[in-house]
Design a binder for this molecule. Structure first.
Ligand code: NAD
Length: 265
C-alpha cells in the first residue's frame, strides 16, 4: 500500500476490450497500492470500463469525462477530483494520440495531435499543480515515448513527445520548491492498444530490438509510473526514465549482434 491515503488523477485512463492501455494499467496499479483514483478520459464508456475493473479488485475510482485540450475542462476536472476525494497528490499525464506516417499532409490532424499530447499535458499540469501544492506537494508523471528521444517514423508524434520531455524538466525546475516532483516515462515498443496493429512477424522484430530481447507491456509502464509517483522517488525530479528493455541505451550497430542471434533462433 505505497499510496495509502493518496489521490491520483490519471488522464487517458479509459480502456475497451481485453488489451489494457497504459493509462488504465497505471490507474489500476495506483489503486492497488491504496490510491483513490480519478479516471479522466474523453470517453465516459472507456473510463467506466476501467472504473469497473478497479472496483471489482476492491479499489476506489471515480470517472471524469473531459477533453484535456480544453483548459477550462481541466480546471473543472481538478475541482471535481478535489470535491470527490479531498484533493490531488499525483497527476499522471497519459492521454495522447498516436500519429502514423499517413498523417503527413493533414495539418488539422497534426495540430490536433500536438494539442492533445502537448497542450493537454500543459493544461492538466497548470490546472493541478496548485491543488497538489495545497496538499504539501506530490508528484506529476508524464507519459512520453522513446520516439521523443530517438529518430523514428512519425515526425509529429515524435516532436510532441520531445516537447513533453522538455516540459517535464522545465516544470521540475518551476515546481520543485512547492514540493512537486515532475518526471516522465519513455515507453519503448510495448504491446498496448496504440501499437497492437503490429503483426506477429513485426512484433518478433520489435521484441528482439532491445538489449533484453523480450517484449514489454502496459504493466511495465505502470510499475515505473508507480515508482515515480511514490515516496520511494522522493529525491527524484526532472528525469526521463526509459522503460524500453534497454533499446535507447545502445545503438543500431550495438543491436546488430543480439538481433542476428534472435533471427537465428
Ligand atoms: N502503445 C504504445 O506502444 C506506446 C508506446 C510509447 C508510448 N505510449 C504512450 O502511452 C500512452 C498511452 O498509450 P495507449 O497505447 O495506452 O493509448 P490508448 O489510445 O489506448 O489510450 C489513450 C486514451 O486517451 C484518451 N484520450 C485521447 N484524447 C483525449 C483527450 N483529448 N482528452 C482526454 N482523453 C483523451 C483516449 O480516449 C484513450 O482512452 C500515450 O501517452 C502514448 O503516447 C504508448
Amino acid at each position: 500500500m505505497r499510496l495509502a491515503g493518496k489521490v491520483a488523477l490519471v488522464t487517458g485512463a479509459g480502456r475497451s476490450g481485453e488489451l489494457m492501455g497504459v493509462g488504465a494499467a497505471i490507474a489500476a496499479r495506483l489503486a492497488a497500492e491504496g490510491a483513490r483514483v480519478a479516471l479522466l478520459d474523453l470517453s465516459a464508456a472507456r473510463a467506466q470500463a476501467t472504473a469497473e475493473a478497479i472496483g471489482a479488485a476492491g479499489g476506489s475510482a471515480y470517472v471524469i469525462t473531459a477533453d484535456v485540450t480544453r483548459h477550462a475542462a481541466c480546471v473543472a476536472a481538478v475541482a471535481a477530483c478535489t470535491e470527490r476525494f479531498g484533493g490531488v497528490d499525483v497527476l499522471v499525464n497519459n492521454a495522447a494520440l498516436y500519429a502514423d506516417p499517413s498523417m503527413a499532409g493533414d495539418e488539422a490532424a497534426a495540430r490536433r495531435l500536438v494539442d492533445v499530447n502537448v497542450f493537454g499535458t500543459m493544461n492538466m499540469t497548470e490546472a493541478a499543480h496548485p491543488a497538489i501544492a495545497a496538499r504539501g506537494g506530490g508528484a506529476i508523471v508524464n507519459i512520453g515515448s522513446i520516439t521523443g528521444l530517438r529518430g523514428y517514423h512519425g515526425p509529429v508524434y515524435s516532436a510532441s513527445k520531445g516537447a513533453v520531455f522538455a516540459y517535464t524538466r522545465t516544470m521540475a525546475h518551476q515546481l520543485g520548491r512547492a514540493g512537486i516532483r515532475v518526471n516522465a516515462v519513455a515507453p519503448g515498443h510495448i504491446v498496448a492498444p496504440q501499437s497492437a496493429k503490429a503483426d506477429a512477424a513485426a512484433r518478433r522484430l520489435l521484441d528482439a530490438a532491445n538489449l533484453l530481447g523480450t517484449g514489454g507491456s502496459a504493466a511495465d509502464i505502470a510499475d515505473a509510473a508507480l515508482f515515480l509517483a511514490s515516496n520511494e522517488a522522493r529525491w527524484i525530479t526532472g528525469v526521463v526514465l526509459p522503460v524500453d528493455g534497454g533499446l535507447t541505451a545502445t545503438t543500431p550497430s550495438g543491436m546488430a549482434g543480439p538481433m542476428f542471434d534472435a533471427m537465428r533462433d
